[in-house]
Structure formats: structure tokens, C-alpha cells
Design a protein around this ligand. Sequence first.
Ligand SMILES: [Zn+2]
Length: 166
Amino acid sequence: MQQHDEHWMRHALKLAQRAWDEGEVPVGAVLVQGDRVIGEGWNRPIGQHDPTAHAEIMALRQGGKILENYRLLDTTLYVTLEPCIMCAGAMVHSRITRLVYGASDEKTGAAGSLIDILGHPGMNHQIVLEGGLLAPECAGMLSDFFRQRREQKKALRKQLRDQEEE
Ligand SMILES: [Zn+2]
């Protein structure tokens, strides 16, 4: 199972790279049923002008279309970052069986880091949860992205300053 999980998490990392290429925070998600991919998503709220366009939501929406069902039974969702409250809620609604995520998110994580939506004992659907798979790679991609963005902003500010001085 571990090997299988790693394979799909690496797939999710490739999707996260697509988000990066589009200038979005790099998070990727893949929804799998058996050995079949039924949904793929990467974070793209800025480009889509859509605050709900998170990687997980995109993957769940595609999965629903493929299964022609709003219940996504017997599926596993792989995502590179711990889901936020919105995505955790969508996972409960969708009835996915399992969630495997990579990096934890202290700021917005709803699988226990900020708040524990998925583990709430009153929740009407319990999702099997595994966090921390390939966490160094998943977290590393995010920190590289934010470092690059900070450097770009710094370079831009310097450029503007230099122009003013001319
Ligand atoms: Zn989310």
C-alpha cells in the first residue's frame, strides 16, 4: 500500500507543479478508485477568479462527473497539502473513503493542524486519514515557491527604486 500511495502522491506533486507554472500556490490532488484516476486537480483560484478552485475541489468535481454520482465511494484522494476547512467539508459530502496528504498546514489545515474537521466525532462520515506522506517534498515545493515569489517581489521593488533615482 505504501508504494502505491507514494506513486499517487508523486502524481499529485506533478499536478502541483502545474499550479506553480500558472503562478498559483503549488498544491496538487489526484482522486483514485482502484487503479484508475478519476479526478485531477491543481490549485488555481487566481486564474479562475474562483475562491473555491482548490486542487481537491477540482479533483472531486471531475470524479463526480466520471462516476456520474455525487457520492465518490471507494475512492482515495491524494493531496500534497493538508486540506482547508472548505475542502475537508467537500470530502465529507463526497464520501471518499480515504485521504492521504503530504505536508501539514499549521495556518489552515482542517485535518488536525488548525482544526480537526475530519476527525470530529460527530461527523456523519469518517474518512480514513493518513498525513505526512512525502511531506519533505510536498512542503519543500511550497517553501521554494514562496521563496521565489519573495525574491521576485524584492527584485521588482529594487527595479522601481532604481527607476525613481534615475
Ligand atoms: Zn482547500
